[in-house]
Design a protein. Structure first.
Length: 379
């Protein structure tokens, strides 16, 4: 393990502290931020918000993009757009960041946890189909009903873990058969493609995050993408406090949310998008270095799944067992190399421990073994 610490320090040419993933500002960030400040439009209205939405939609291939204050707010609104409420349940994976399931709970709906695939670390189509065939039925209104709770299973949120695409086409096909809407949690996968199509554009709605540790950052921010014009218009309306446009009156026609992305954040996003192609190239250079180094080591270095082109947001290794994992975490962090385990399974958290789930066999296996290692692009 000391050889790994030495290799990482040499790779990043840093003998002090190496963070897990830090932002990189190598373009027009300062120029656009200064322009935004000079314009005085630093809040939720301004040219950079519009430009960021247009350019993000163009890059991903989505017809519409709606900027939000963060990725969690984007997930929350996406669920509201699909009428998820207290009468509904939502399928998702237990191996995910807590924001995924928190957004479901904000709508007073309940999550159901489905296992992930060993190939992708994302939601398993096989386990999804097995659960639906065994535990649900279709009622006279063509709604998918949970036999146990008698509630409508309204949506499914698969997640592209660490930027590696899940088998999203199979998931969408299965959900279509059961009349379940798909919201893609693509928070970590900007720049990732599955079968030459960008992640986030397979489901009815997709969601991205631009937190400070993501592949590009706006400081804090998120984006909803969709090909449905009606959903896009309503997303803009809901995230703008459901305010009806008027020259001076304050008229709101429903419960809305102040989830708009400030113009100053969008200015940062526009500049970051301009350098994304180069940044992704540098990320893949780092991946190659790691893959060559770990070839003869007694652990697994995670690479992009079949039919995928990953952004390699977080570089990932899989150790032999929890004991080896904990030892690795102790040695690396003690020696100034920031590493982190994968998340605790969401069904093990106190507020979600009574939620329905399948065996989660693969999720439990990953939880004991997966570690993220320094992943910043070297530019």
């Amino acid at each position: 393990m000391n050889k790994i610490v030495t290799f990482i320090k040499n790779t990043f040419d840093n003998n002090d502290f190496i963070p897990l993933h830090e932002p990189n500002f190598m373009g027009n960030e300062k120029k656009y931020l200064n322009d935004c400040i000079d314009s005085t439009y630093v809040s939720s209205v301004g040219k950079y918000v519009d430009e960021f939405e247009v350019k993000l939609a163009s890059y991903t291939g989505a017809k519409y993009a709606i900027a939000t204050s963060n990725g969690t707010s984007a997930l929350h609104v996406a669920l509201k757009l699909l009428d998820v409420n207290e009468k509904c349940e939502v399928l998702t994976q237990a191996l995910s960041f807590v924001a995924t399931v928190n957004a479901i709970t904000y709508c007073n709906a309940r999550p159901i946890f489905i296992d992930v695939s060993k190939r992708t670390m994302g939601l398993s189509p096989k386990k999804l189909l097995k659960f639906l065939e065994k535990h649900t039925f279709m009622n006279e209104n063509a709604q998918c009903i949970n036999k146990l709770t008698k509630k409508v299973i309204k949506a499914c949120i698969p997640m592209h873990t660490f930027g590696h695409p899940c088998e999203i086409d199979k998931i969408v096909d299965i959900c279509d058969k059961f009349n379940i809407d798909v919201i893609e949690d693509a928070a970590e996968s900007l720049g990732s493609f599955y079968k030459n199509k960008h992640t986030g554009t397979f489901g009815k709605v997709g969601v991205f995050s631009f937190n400070g540790n993501k592949i590009i950052t706006t400081g804090g921010g998120g984006m909803i993408v969709t090909d449905d014009e009606g959903i896009a218009k309503r997303a803009k309306h809901l995230t703008t406090t459901a305010k009806i446009p008027h020259k001076w009156e304050y008229i709101h026609d429903e419960l809305g949310f102040n989830y708009r992305m400030p113009n100053i954040n969008a200015a940062l996003g526009v500049a970051q998008l301009e350098t994304l192609k180069r940044y992704l190239y540098k990320k893949r250079e780092l991946t190659f270095k790691y893959s060559q180094f770990f070839k003869d080591k007694n652990l697994i270095f995670v690479q992009e799944p079949k039919d995928s082109k990953s952004n390699y947001w977080l570089q990932t290794i899989i150790l032999k067992d929890k004991k080896q994992r904990d030892k690795f975490l102790e040695i690396t962090n003690t020696n100034g190399v920031m590493t982190r385990p994968i998340w605790k399974l969401l069904n093990s958290l106190e507020m979600y421990e009574n939620c329905q789930c399948d065996s989660l066999k693969n999720s439990k296996w990953f939880e004991k073994r997966v570690v993220n290692i320094p992943s910043s692009a070297i530019c």
